[in-house]
Design a protein around this ligand. Structure first.
Ligand SMILES: Cc1cc2nc3c(=O)[nH]c(=O)nc-3n(C[C@H](O)[C@H](O)[C@H](O)COP(=O)(O)OP(=O)(O)OC[C@H]3O[C@@H](n4cnc5c(N)ncnc54)[C@H](O)[C@@H]3O)c2cc1C
Length: 425
């Protein structure tokens, strides 16, 4: 908690470090009041579309909104010079679509988005699909109440899962590490679940919990905004999950953006909050070859740096955002359309060399610190937003504590100061 605060407003109670979501909600409400932001927020209002403004001189955007009122809906249209999309990416559940037999499966199907407590699963035979942070957390909670638990993941993650949960699941009847993607898994009308190696659950499954992540889903962006939901790469560089979502307005990456932030051809279209977590363990991930101990990026510090950088860029490079069309042709440097286009080309070349699936595009991994510092530098920010060294050390300490004790690490208390930190045992 102490490490996730925005730089200008600490949490009030630093006697605990791992808090429940109502505390975070109260903090965000206090933050909005502190900065007098409520006056700017249009509650109960959905953005239904964003389209480019049809103006030959300058760029800009038309926003259409729908406000829910007590008895009716009010539609409005706004003309704006810039759009910052902060609509989140933990909402639209991803469920592998080619799993056979979903329609006729008699058991319960749930996505982790809708999971709240293990109580409804008491005495169930339960299959948890996916072994990311959600899958492991949900499986750990369920293992205390279910009769039998299967935790499934792709073969390539098998070692990671075993390392993550240790022996704790052994007593819970856990059968781990089956391959589960696409057509390789089948749910039968009799309530059994087939795994990719041909094995089948020994008895009827009461519930399947999909902890398979989320789409980047931004349905209100009109196609004319020129935002793609896949990278401009050949089909060979996609794995089956990438191919599944290709061409849809819902996928696991957003492009073409510089620094996960700014549309390279329409810089006044900005995205805050796209980067996401890293892996669960101190192991080298078989696919990405990335070794990590961390489980999350620090979302609020990430958002703050991104927002601060955008504001700084707008001040320093107004031409990029508000310049008259065509005038920017003579400018040079990174913060020009040509500069961003070239940087994007380099990034795509480097990405091809890595050979990773597209859904890892916004994965910062252990690179989050480098990303934050580099972004600040490139945007001309000389005073760092946070003491990154302190945050990184605390973050690593928490990650290691979590690996040592998956349950108990939440009882640790951290005290952070500007230049130092300490852990109270
Ligand atoms: C299970 C789980 C556990 C997590 N645990 C932690 C944790 O312990 N610590 C941590 O730091 N982070 C945690 N996270 C991550 C954290 O929740 C996110 O990083 C954070 O909420 C992202 O903030 P955001 O503002 O980008 O998106 P969101 O919080 O998703 O907010 C997006 C907002 O945009 C609104 N919106 C969407 N579409 C429209 C539209 N068309 N018109 C108008 N409004 C729209 C939504 O209603 C919502 O209010 C967790 C996430 C999950 C899923």
């Amino acid at each position: 908690m102490q490490a996730m605060a925005f730089s200008d407003l600490p949490f009030t109670d630093d006697s605990i470090s791992f808090v429940h979501h109502p505390v975070v909600l109260a903090y965000l409400q206090r933050y909005a009041q502190h900065h007098n932001l409520l006056q700017h927020i249009h509650f109960n209002t959905t953005v239904t579309s964003v389209t480019p403004r049809n103006n030959k001189d300058t760029e800009g955007w038309i926003i259409r909104t729908m406000t829910q009122e007590s008895q009716s809906e009010r539609k409005e249209e706004w003309e704006v010079d810039a759009v910052v999309v902060c609509s989140g990416h933990f909402f639209e559940p991803y469920i592998p679509r080619e799993i056979e037999g979903v329609e006729r499966f008699p058991g319960q199907l749930v996505h982790s988005r809708d999971y709240r407590t293990p109580i409804p699963f008491k005495d169930h035979v339960c299959v948890v699909v996916g072994a990311g942070p959600s899958g492991v957390d949900v499986a750990r909670e369920l293992s205390g109440v279910v009769r039998k638990l299967y935790l499934c993941t792709r073969e390539r993650d098998a070692g990671v899962v075993k390392g993550a949960v240790g022996d704790r699941f052994a007593t819970a009847g856990l059968v781990a590490c089956e391959r589960v993607t696409g057509s390789v898994m089948r749910l039968t009308p009799e309530g059994l679940v087939e795994f990719s190696d041909g094995s089948v659950t020994s008895e009827r499954v009461d519930s399947v919990v999909f902890c398979t992540g989320y789409y980047y889903h931004i349905p209100f962006l009109d196609p004319s905004c020129d935002v793609k939901f896949s990278l401009p790469l050949s089909e060979e560089s996609m794995d089956e999950e990438d191919a599944e979502v290709e061409g849809e307005c819902a996928s696991r990456c957003v492009a073409p953006l510089y620094a996960h932030l700014i549309h390279i051809r329409h810089p006044s279209l900005i995205f805050v909050g796209l980067p996401f977590k890293v892996f669960l363990l101190t192991q080298t991930h078989a696919l990405t070859k990335i070794t990590h101990t961390h489980t999350q990026i620090l979302p609020f510090p990430c958002f703050e740096v991104q927002a601060r950088c955008v504001v700084e860029l707008m001040k320093q490079h107004p031409q990029l955002f508000w310049g008259r069309k065509g005038e920017e042709d003579e400018e040079t440097g990174l913060w020009t359309r040509k500069g961003l286009e070239a940087a994007w080309g380099d990034l795509m070349e480097a990405w091809k060399q890595k050979g990773l699936p597209q859904r890892y595009f916004h994965l910062l991994g252990g690179n989050q610190w480098e990303y934050f510092k580099r972004l600040e530098k490139e945007c001309g920010i000389t005073e760092p937003t946070f003491n990154w060294k302190v945050l990184e050390e605390v973050y690593n300490d928490v990650s290691n504590a979590r690996i040592r004790d998956q349950q108990g690490y939440r009882n640790l208390v951290y005290h952070l100061k500007a230049e130092s930190w300490k852990r109270i045992e």
